[in-house]
Design a protein around this ligand. Sequence first.
Ligand SMILES: Cc1ncc(C[n+]2csc(CCOP(=O)(O)OP(=O)(O)O)c2C)c(N)n1
Ligand SMILES: [Mg+2]
Length: 355
Amino acid sequence: MIKNVFSGSVDYVQILDETGNADQSLFPKELDDKTLVQMYKSMSFARAADAKAISLQRQGRLATYGPMVGEEATQVGSAFAMRPQDIFVPNFRQHGVFMARGYPLYKFYLSWKGYEEGGAQKDFKSTAVAVPVGTQMPHGVGVAFAQKYKKTGAVVVAYVGDGGTSEGDFYEAINFAGAMKVPLVSIIENNQWAISMPRSRQSAAETLAQKGIAAGIKCVQVDGNDVIGVYKVVSEAIKDASDMNPSLIECVTYRMGIHTTSDDPTKYRPDSDVEEWKKKDPISRMRAYLSKNGMWDDHLEERMVQDDAKAIDDAVAQADAFKPDPKSMFENVYSFVPDVLKDEEEKAIHSNFWQ
Ligand SMILES: Cc1ncc(C[n+]2csc(CCOP(=O)(O)OP(=O)(O)O)c2C)c(N)n1
Ligand SMILES: [Mg+2]
């Protein structure tokens, strides 16, 4: 006897299309005009602050940096869906989430200058930036398990790249989430590339979302350049996760820029691909939607660009003026400084290096 014991499917969601027209039947009712404008401003600000980070790096004023240009809707849409109590678990590219959740920009620049004081702080609901690919996922599911155990009501929203979904850490985390029913929303920021490795060579699966099927969790694919679609899908996932139903969301987006400041993508991808994706730009489609609906015009745009430039310049000046405390290198890693590091701490504090 042979009988089918399982079949699965994955829905794709898009609300705002490439030309800025919205599917009203899916439009989230709670998004009023003011919030929609804020979403647009938040994406624009993230793009401008991201571009500034690259220019600082090129001047030797910032360390290696991986820009997020092109991925604004995935990051801002999901950040707007999070509630204040929810905890965000980043990899290394979710700059727009940090900014949309109110992380001070000068601290953001400090962290990419390499100062400990700029890293995730105890009063900001996130874990630290994780550069080792995928390692944030077991942390995320662990933090989510703790929320369930302590009955805090918070949900954890963890991000992973398309490349990160090939790591064992990713599968272990989503499997644990399904088996233990923890409040975790996992977001795949599928920007089509893991450095020079294209999505097509990373997995034979038609979607990355379907990786969640084997973990027994809900999986959805969404147009990751549609800020409203991302907001809706993540909002629903957060609601489900509050009821201990974890899920996996694949945001289909594109890394329009370099992988990091030490990468040159012209060596491995044709410019024509980038040109194609520019037509799906998340910011211009939201601007088109707002303009069509009388919420935005050139005058407002001009004012926003000026305001953003000033806020960014102020943050850069504040970060440049910062004087680091050598003790900070020894904080926030262990709950107490182990003996082996005490010597080093003493030396660091009394070193001339900081004068
Ligand atoms: C465990 C591990 N292996 C390799 C690397 C080098 N590395 C840094 S980013 C990256 C690609 C990650 O691709 P993806 O998960 O799609 O995220 P993206 O950079 O596209 O945002 C690699 C291989 C690393 N940091 N950690
Ligand atoms: Mg990627």
